[in-house]
Ligand binder design. Structure first.
Ligand code: T4K
Length: 408
């Protein structure tokens, strides 16, 4: 229990944890099962190029997402690049794709990487999700597509985005990198828009070391994407279009299957942690868990809070430093909005106040199967104790010797 600033590890106290508690600790599932699968991979002597475990993984993901097609890939960034590339076909360089300001840089990069222009849209201040009202105002004759991002597993306002894109003849995709196992109402995330993209990165709720997938009910799109991921080879073995190497290898599929086996247990654990956090953090001035719309299922893989500097007496970044010194490896998801990133700043639409304000305030706290209810209690106590002395912590930080002082 931390009673004063002297108890905080940042100022010389003992850290709350000897081993770190992390955001993004891989959900590996049952190790024996993984090793059995790896033995199969090695015995098969088939390590990549559309192997049996890759197909098994695709079938399982498609079932979970309620779609006909899962095209597994080496990561979600390549998946997004492939969808944008498909959209760009027949258009002009510099055609536009509308994306939310609050997302991981991969969303913007995929658009620019394929020669299109990411048009950055502000977000809803409460959810951080792309704001459909603002999307409408950004549509021009050059707009080709809208990419919604199901941020932290929250479903976008899918129906409104569908209506807007349909009436303007645009493609609608969802970057569902953080949203496997989540729903929009009773519909699993995966079957929405023209296609959705999952990530199976090591830090995601289901991991395949690195991995991703395009999921869709569009038969023709799925066939094109299967060709593109394999150098453009069509079913007859001839190259039909410009392709890439986006394949998911068998070791990745083995981990993906094993992590997927544990998904429901992982979500149940995350949900319990989310409830424990909400109770334990309640009433801390300036600290607010992001509230998820209960009409949709969330995997609670991300435990997000906002830290209001004025009310808490300290900036989010300083709270982050305090937590990290305690071996609580929180993450500022996301510290910069897309129009603030160096490659896109010159094309900035001007201030996007909701996204900018959230980027100053958001913090992801550790959760997942490696974080127990007792850990959640300890982490929340550190937050409470720090905010209780927020002004003093800020003062002490600024009073450090000039050579170590930062701008927190
Ligand atoms: N779209 C969206 C909306 C996304 O969020 C992402 C990825 C993508 C697209 C692109 O998906 P991929 O192309 O990656 O499939 C991490 C992930 O690298 C990234 O995949 C993810 N979003 C993003 C939200 O988180 P960083 O820069 O925060 O990673 P890093 O290395 O700082 O690790 C984060 C935490 O995870 C740390 O506490 C350490 C821990 N960790 C990490 C790894 C790699 C582990 O404990 N074990 C590990 O193996 O981006």
């Amino acid at each position: 229990m931390k009673n004063g600033t002297g108890d905080l590890a940042l100022f010389g106290g003992s850290p709350a944890f000897l081993q770190n508690r992390r955001v993004g600790r891989p959900n590996q599932g049952d190790r024996e099962r993984f090793l059995e699968r790896m033995t199969r991979v090695l015995d098969n002597e088939w390590l990549s190029n559309m192997g049996p475990l890759m197909y098994e993984f695709e079938t399982r993901v498609a079932e979970l997402a309620g779609v006909r097609h899962c095209v597994s890939l080496c990561n979600a960034t390549v998946a997004l690049q492939m969808l944008v590339g498909d959209t760009a076909t027949g258009g002009e360089p510099g055609d536009e794709v509308i994306i939310p300001a609050l997302t991981f840089p991969a969303t913007a990069h995929a658009v620019r990487w394929r020669g299109l222009r990411p048009v950055v849209c502000d977000v809803d201040p409460a959810t951080g999700l792309i704001d459909p009202d603002l999307v409408e105002a950004l549509i021009t004759p050059r707009t080709r597509a809208v990419i919604g991002v199901h941020l932290w597993g929250q479903a976008c306002d899918v129906r409104r985005l569908e209506k807007i894109t349909e009436s303007n003849g645009l493609r609608l995709y969802f970057d569902a990198a953080p949203a496997l196992g989540c729903t929009y109402g009773s519909t699993p995330i995966g079957g929405l828009g023209h296609a959705e993209v999952f990530s199976f990165h090591a830090t995601k709720v289901v991991n395949s070391f690195e991995g991703g997938a395009i999921v869709t009910d569009d038969d023709a799109l799925a066939e094109r994407m299967r060709a593109v991921r394999n150098f453009g080879f069509g079913q007859d073995g001839l190259v039909e279009e410009v392709g890439t190497n986006g394949k998911l290898n068998e070791a990745a599929a083995a981990m993906g299957l094993t992590s997927l086996d544990a998904l429901e247990d992982t979500i149940a654990h995350n949900r319990a942690n989310y409830e424990t956090y909400r109770a334990a953090l309640s009433g801390i001035p300036g600290v607010r868990p992001v509230e998820y719309d209960e009409r949709h299922r969330n995997s609670h893989h991300y435990m997000m809070i906002t830290v209001d500097r004025a009310a808490a007496g300290l900036h989010r970044d300083l709270l982050l430093d305090v937590l990290r010194a305690e071996n609580i490896l929180a993450q500022p998801y996301f510290p910069q909005a897309m129009h603030q990133l160096a490659p896109y700043a010159a094309d900035s639409p001007g201030p996007l106040p909701h996204a900018e304000s959230l980027c100053e305030q958001l913090l992801a706290l550790p959760t997942g199967p490696g974080v127990s209810a007792a850990d959640v209690g300890i982490i929340s106590d550190v937050v409470r104790a720090t905010v209780a002395h927020g002004q003093e912590v800020t003062g002490l930080w600024h009073a450090r010797p000039a050579e170590t002082a930062a701008t927190r």
